[in-house]
Design a protein around this ligand. Sequence first.
Ligand SMILES: Nc1ncnc2c1ncn2[C@@H]1O[C@H](COP(=O)(O)OP(=O)(O)OP(=O)(O)O)[C@@H](O)[C@H]1O
Length: 246
Amino acid sequence: MSLKIDKLVGGYSRTPVLKGVSFDVADGELVGLIGLNGTGKSTTLNHVIGLLQPFSGTVTIDGISINDDVKKYKSKIAYIPEVPILYKELTLKEHIETTIMAYGLDYDAAWNKAMKLLKKFRLDKKLNWFPINFSKGMRQKVMIVCAFITDAKLFVIDEPFLGLDPVAVNDLLDLINQQKSRGSSIIMSTHVLDTAERFCDRFVLIHDGQVKTEGTLEQLRSQFGNKEMSLNDMYLKLAREEGQNE
Ligand SMILES: Nc1ncnc2c1ncn2[C@@H]1O[C@H](COP(=O)(O)OP(=O)(O)OP(=O)(O)O)[C@@H](O)[C@H]1O
């Protein structure tokens, strides 16, 4: 089991955002984390990457928690944030070199991978540019390149599609599929439900800091008693029910 989240209570201040979240992501699996704005998707991902410490409960990757071995834990993760995080004083080339150093990657092999990815995303002529001045989509592509040159076990991807052109979305999905086939796992939060429906192996629907339901598309359809229902319709139904309960 790649990622295991068990009864996670957590958040930013003493009042928890997450109120006992549990779910797993298996080796080679892409799990979509779905939910309304402000329900705790990014907070869950922030706990997975070790930015936040659980108030209680555990997060483990391949059986180890961040407290067992912080370096080993973090080296298993590649993270693509919702808003690209770039260093204003570093060029694109220096961002890639920083990633190579941080993950202790083989220099030539990593640059070989990087150049292929940079070509794919049409950034190969911009190595000496400062990505902080790139467009939103280009900055997102820099994050994608840096993440996918690592041999991470777990890819943590927060709302990746916004700002990417359709070609780049397709390229990103190809990269995700390649990582799945080498046994890496992906947890991805997204509001782009038609794409999630086509590409995710399983879904975790989170509401108000709790897992509302989870399963494959088929399992969710059978829970909803409708074999044709789209993920979008399930989501809207749950959101409306929650709205009536509040
Ligand atoms: N840095 C922070 N400090 C304090 N509270 C925060 C912080 N970031 C998020 N929150 C709160 O945590 C709750 C969950 O936010 P979170 O960002 O996890 O939602 P989300 O499901 O990712 O939403 P979205 O779909 O809008 O990205 C919200 O009530 C939000 O106000």
